[in-house]
Design a protein around this ligand. Structure first.
Ligand SMILES: Nc1ncnc2c1ncn2[C@@H]1O[C@H](COP(=O)(O)OP(=O)(O)OP(=O)(O)O)[C@@H](O)[C@H]1O
Length: 298
């Protein structure tokens, strides 16, 4: 549904997006992850026809975005939630959008209900909206044309934990109904629960991608015991790579292997789990450290 092929953007001598390729299948949610300035927004602007690529291309539903016959009805896009007209009410913003893409006023009310904006909130001017309300309005605008594809740049920005939970449910239902979702974030945990696949970028380049399960399993096994020092010795003796973390050990082996080694030597395990968010978080930090601004300073 979304196919990105060798997409590249250069500004003068600076390469903001460097030869990225990936696909988003129908019925799936892909998390597009990277630290600030990694090139996510630039890539999404190219995908949706707002910025011309230096080279490479993107097709959505088989065509470049600009060649879709009614993009507003086919692809829901939210790139900058703060770009809504501040002097209009939320309902007016959606009504103007509805006219331009040819959907009914009734659909405006449906979209407001979908994102949980109340009647009173919909009647308020956008300049008086909280960041979270702006995000909801932006998502309502993206959903307005009942598209098959959603491209959302940092949709969780400014949402409180309940709002993030709500958004995950919404995107999951959208994908489970056959929709295609690409969402960006600079926070792994925001997308980790809802995404099926992850594409991680740093300094414009893809540094890792794959199914969440695959990436999680690369995160190793997290383990802690009543005697971690002894467990490290046992694992090293068995040629199993192990490293210490703040809360225990991360082992590059299946949980079963770790459990068996510990059981043979009667080491009592307190925790044993595959990868998990900690492993993936560490991998994300590790992969992006070299490519983030903070990495530059280090
Ligand atoms: N029009 C432009 N001219 C020059 N450089 C640009 C332009 N647009 C973006 N860049 C640069 O390209 C890089 C990528 O920016 P981009 O906004 O795509 O990153 P991002 O991953 O979306 O980051 P964030 O999470 O901070 O929004 C940045 O270094 C940015 O300064």
């Amino acid at each position: 549904m979304i196919r990105v092929e060798n997409l590249t953007k250069r500004y003068g001598g600076f390469t903001a997006v460097d030869d990225i390729s990936f696909e988003v299948r129908p019925g799936s949610v892909v998390g597009f992850l990277g630290p600030n300035g990694a090139g996510k927004s630039t890539a999404m602007r190219m995908m949706t026809g707002l910025t011309p690529p230096t080279s490479g291309r993107t097709t959505i539903l088989g065509q470049p975005y600009r060649e879709l016959h009614n993009p507003g009805r086919q692809v829901g896009v939210m790139l900058d939630a703060s770009a809504q007209h501040p002097g209009r009410t939320g309902r007016e913003v959606l009504r103007v959008a509805a006219v331009s893409i040819g959907v009914s006023k009734a659909r405006v009310e449906e979209a407001l209900a979908l994102v949980g904006l109340t009647d009173e909130e919909a009647g308020r001017r956008v300049r008086n909206y909280s960041l979270g309300m702006r995000q909801r309005l932006g998502i309502a605008a993206a959903l307005l044309g009942e598209p098959q594809v959603l491209v959302l740049d940092e949709p969780a920005n400014g949402l409180d934990p309940q709002g993030i939970h709500w958004m995950r449910g919404l995107l999951r239902r959208f994908a489970d109904g056959g929709g295609t979702v690409l969402l960006s974030s600079h926070l792994l945990h925001e997308v980790q629960i809802v995404a099926d696949d992850l594409v991680m970028i740093g300094r414009g380049r893809i540094v890792a991608m794959g199914s969440k399960e695959e990436l999680l399993s690369r995160g190793g096994t997290s383990v802690s015991s009543t005697d971690d020092a002894r467990l490290v010795q046992l694992l090293q003796a068995a040629d199993v790579p192990v490293s210490r973390t703040g809360s225990g050990l991360v082992v590059e082996a299946e949980p079963r292997v770790v459990g068996e080694i510990a059981a043979r030597e009667s080491v009592v395990l307190l925790e044993l789990r595959s990868g998990g968010s900690e492993g993936l978080e560490e991998m994300f930090l590790g992969l992006t450290a070299a490519t983030s601004r903070e990495g530059d300073a280090a």
